[in-house]
Design a protein around this ligand. Sequence first.
Ligand code: NAD
Length: 497
Amino acid sequence: MNRISHWIDGAVREGNSGRTAPVFNPATGEQSADVDLASDEEVDSAVATALTALPEWRATSLSRRAEVMFHMRELVDANRKEIASLLTAEHGKVMSDALGEVARGLENIEFACGVPHLLKGGYSEQAATGVDVYSIRQPLGVVAGITPFNFPAMVPMWMFANALACGNTFVLKPSEKDPSASLLMAELLAKAGLPAGCFNVVQGDKVAVDRILDHPDIAAVSFVGSTPIAKYVYERGTTAGKRVQALGGAKNHMLVLPDADLDMAADAAVSAGYGSAGERCMAVSVLVAVESIADELVGKISDRIATIKVGPGSEPDNEMGPLITGEHRDRVAGYVERASGAGAEVVVDGRDGGDGGNGDGFFLNPSLLDKVAPGMEAYDDEIFGPVLSVVRVESYDDGLELINANPYGNGVALFTRDGGVAREFQFDVNVGMVGINVPIPVPVSYYSFGGWKASLFGDNHMYGPEGINFYTRAKVVTSRWPDPRTSAVDLGFPETR
Ligand code: NAD
């Protein structure tokens, strides 16, 4: 059996905790590897390495740090297929989607190449007579990232690119379900010229997470995962005095108004609902249809579902792969099974032929539930699978009210041809990322990514300008170079300007 280990001080380090977890190929259901699960001592060793590497990396010139990011950009670009193949093998997503994940991650490295510009401070000459004031942003120290299974390459890149470029050293705790991409990224960073010890990977579970949250030498934690764990990470990490940004789960709504192009809306709902088997935090999981067009829209969506090709992600024609584990597949299928008993209408049941014709793989075909309403578990829970729920509303106002009453606020989309209503929507909706005729409005890397309400705990959004803020702290210097002969004792605040 393959073994997936840690990366500490510039090399693979085999675990010695005696604990491992199985890693599966979701398309076959077979175990492909054992991943080490770090002990407290192994986390401590990674943090100690990062702390040792910190002074030199922090003192490395901005232009050299940018150069390392430029090299990393070239290496990720040259290794797109290798990274994507690992994602398909362990996550299950189809290759085209995996390549898209790499591309969206790469954007963040490209953004970090501009770090000399991003870290420019302000300067006020002659703030008082003979006094200049200037601001600088300095790295925090050793920072950690804890990442989810659904984007094993992109989400780490959201974090480490800016963190390293700003002069921090980094400890990554990837998802134990698909850990291999983290090691390939560690190798590429080493090839890019990042000194040993600046980027470390500890494979692990709750034990490693808890040690990271409590570790006195870790200054900040970036987390992406489900809402209950995000809340836990935020509370425990901040209690330990750390800066924490913890991005949680989602229930993304797509509101379709009667004037929308319904074919375009149906294409978007199917793409955003079932892409990556619905295992995206920005997946559309609730279609909010104004009653007058609901029947027609549901019909167009179910027509399209019938043509989706489900199968192993490694086969180029397939559009949707398996779910991450057999347990998760069964959990998702349970929502479909119980939906009609709760009052919903099962328009398409993905459990029919649910193995995608692929034996023991963790496949579940797309499902469409109509007449879903708040209070039903299919509406209230984040299902995180290929299940799209349709909620019917009477009007735009009812749709907006529904969306704003939802406890999550990650992404939302509006489909309309009325620019005035779209503007009203973006003004009034209580959601962090809004798409106007765009179903998955993931911001480009020079903006920042973050939801509202139960989708984010903390003050800073992820990556982009807010990422730079998160991984640095401000210092303001007030300086003067007076003639010592004019010096005198003065116990007061200056009265004159
Ligand atoms: P998860 O919360 O189960 O795991 C995330 C990380 O936390 C993993 O590294 C895992 O090892 C660790 N973890 C799990 N249980 C823990 C515990 N009890 N104590 C401490 N650490 C623990 O999430 P997941 O299933 O890997 O990923 C899917 C979830 O992530 C979905 O809810 C999805 O919406 C969310 N997500 C959110 C975003 C976003 O940007 N808001 C992006 C991607 C995924």
